[in-house]
Design a protein around this ligand. Structure first.
Ligand code: CTP
Length: 412
């Protein structure tokens, strides 16, 4: 469990939208207050159908803010002040509808208005039906919000109120509190300005992709995500706003990054494109080159007819797509080349073929221990030549790469 001492004395503005999970927000208020947090609540019209304003008022011991047009509230506290007199805005539950309105920058009720007017960090705890969460529209809205710095906790997987199973359940109050504490802890450690990549946005891909064969089986690879996650963290340390698009890994989300979790190559591409514009793209993911053509939506059974034949089809190349010339191309695109022989020759050819600016080439032959290991031996290939770096921990490779990126932008 995270250290909650940092919460004492903090002010949270809690936006409660209309979802069945709203009852958990009452518990969230109670637990936050137990930890010394002042909680002020905004209840949407739909939210008030799930919890009563009276319960919220009793638990916060404050007015419940509901109406954008309430003259009393406006004279006592305008929506700008409401959103600024908090250290953090928490949206729990965050419904598909409210996420969509936030993504579109709407200000059509008090909740949306304070979220638009705020200059404070925003944490959302999505809660909705599985299909609504998985819908491309919601995923795109969430990715957009995360690319703008909105933080997310959950949703968790489980049985839903509608009896369907999957991701969509709101994170538990204690998980939300852990996320809030982590966010404040990060802020306390982050120097504010003057870092070389402050004001730059970086998109980093990391980890493997999982390509489904059927609902229970998939094609994957041995990538651990260590190198990509370390690069995301290193760029964030130098002040960049980082969107990390990660395949399934066992790693925790790195500090200071907005993380978009995806499974397939196609989802990874969509999340990267949704995160644009960016100044920097680093493609460190081990993207599956192929996926199963027409993956089955039912589990394949042994029916006596022998093993199934899996027809494969090519996945989109994310690095090549991001490198394509055009208005949305990041200024600096960096790719990786995992090779098992003739490393420099293959990697140099790969740089030209993919159209990226730099290639970080590494030898992943069996015996080097690179895949899944902690160390990496890399060569940085640029238009003007190649630098070979000594073997070092992946964190150190990440720091050195981030410094090279910062130097590149220092001249601009
Ligand atoms: N990459 C990508 N999308 C893909 C495949 C690869 O973005 N569908 C990116 C990787 O993240 C990496 C670079 O491309 O930055 C090189 O990947 P690699 O697998 O080494 O190269 P391939 O394109 O698969 O070429 P080859 O099969 O010749 O190794």
């Amino acid at each position: 469990m995270a250290d909650h001492a940092i919460l004492a004395g903090k002010r949270v503005l809690l936006v409660i939208a209309g979802g069945i999970a709203a009852y958990k927000s009452l518990d969230l208020i109670r637990r936050l207050r137990e930890r010394g947090v002042t909680v002020r609540a905004v209840l949407t019209e739909a939210g008030a159908r799930f919890v009563t304003p009276l319960s919220v008022q009793a638990l916060t011991e404050d007015t419940v803010y509901r109406d954008l047009w309430s003259l009393t509230d406006e004279s006592e506290m305008g929506h700008i002040r409401l959103s600024r007199e908090a250290d953090l805005l928490v949206v729990a539950p965050a419904t598909a509808n409210l996420l969509a309105r936030m993504a579109a920058g709407m200000a059509d009720d008090l909740a949306a208005t304070v979220l638009l007017a705020t200059d404070k960090p925003v944490l959302v705890a999505p809660a909705m039906n599985v299909r609504m969460w998985q819908h491309a529209a919601t995923q795109a809205n969430m990715a957009l919000l995360e690319s703008r710095g909105v933080r997310r906790v959950g949703p968790n997987e489980g049985v839903m109120a509608c009896n369907e199973y999957g991701p969509g359940r709101m994170a538990e109050p204690m998980e939300i509190i852990d996320a809030i504490a982590a966010l404040f802890a990060e802020d306390a450690h982050r120097p504010l300005a003057g870092l070389p990549l402050t004001g730059r946005h970086a998109v980093v891909t990391s980890g493997p992709t999982h390509e489904p064969i059927d609902p229970v089986r998939y094609i994957a690879n041995r990538s651990s995500g260590k190198q990509g996650h370390a690069i995301a963290a290193a760029l964030a340390k130098l002040g960049a706003a980082v969107t990390l698009v990660s395949g399934p890994t066992r790693l925790p989300d790195p500090a200071g990054c907005s993380v978009v979790h995806i499974e397939t190559a196609r989802e990874m591409l969509a999340a990267c494109e949704a995160a644009l514009p960016a100044d920097i793209a680093v493609c460190a993911a081990a993207v599956a080159d192929w996926r199963v053509d027409g993956a089955s939506d039912r589990k394949l059974k042994k029916d006596g007819g022998g093993p199934p034949t899996l027809a494969l089809t090519e996945n989109p190349d994310i690095l090549a797509t991001l490198s394509r010339p055009g208005e949305r191309r990041p200024t600096l695109v960096v790719g990786f080349a995992a090779e098992t022989g003739d490393v420099l020759a293959y990697a140099t050819a790969k740089r030209a073929r993919k159209g990226c600016d730099w290639i970080v080439a590494n030898d992943v032959s069996p015996g080097t221990g690179t895949f899944g290991g902690s160390d990496n031996t890399v060569h940085l290939i640029r238009a003007d030549g190649t630098e070979s770096w000594p073997t070092m921990p992946k964190d150190a490779v990440a720091d050195r790469l981030a410094e090279a990126v910062a130097e590149h932008f220092a001249g601009k």
